[in-house]
Design a protein around this ligand. Sequence first.
Ligand SMILES: N[C@@H](CCC(=O)N[C@@H](CS)C(=O)NCC(=O)O)C(=O)O
Length: 212
Amino acid sequence: MKLYNFSLAPNGQRVQAFLNEKKITLETRQINVRDGEQFKEPFKSMNPFNCIPFLELDDGTIISESISICRYLEEEHFPNPSLFGNNPQNKAYIDMWNRRLELDCLTPLGFALRNKVSMFADRVLAGTRNDIKQSPDVVERGMQMTNLLFERINPCLEKNEFICGDNFSVADITGHSIFLYCERFKFEIPTKFENVLKWKSKLYERECFKYE
Ligand SMILES: N[C@@H](CCC(=O)N[C@@H](CS)C(=O)NCC(=O)O)C(=O)O
């Protein structure tokens, strides 16, 4: 099994944090997506969606999507510590939170960045090169959605150390990624979201995120 990744990419870093938390080292090939290496062979044929990270299994199967890669690694090879839950109820609960964070905030923030920074001018959708124009509305929408998410999750973090309760999970890795995007945007998290800020501090001190 071999991981194809890029250590500077947000989604690559999510998988790396997951590996760090489990203390796993995988054979890894760096693909420089900033230079367009993902559009060259053999990578182009391996993952026609032209994104990293992706995992090549020993039988040649390719698994892409950060969360799908992590799920496969946990279920097939590295069950402990469990970051996806270990019974149907907490599996569903962690999945629910991860989806909320991805759909309502991380993805909108990813689009916001791609619609703002000149480096992404011809690539507003990851893994493509085209002439879809960057739109300031998408940037603004990303900021608004982030604020809304923080407003909604602040009460949920009142008694919890982590987003799903007292145990660190893959949803916290998604949360950490959201905070990194906020930094890039110089999005200052309002102090009224004190539980969100507490959660952020907790995540920032965690070893698995010290990958630079
Ligand atoms: N939903 C995918 C997103 C993957 C993604 O957007 N990867 C970016 C790096 S963070 C990429 O490969 N971009 C290549 C490009 O922009 O062409 C995941 O969670 O893995």
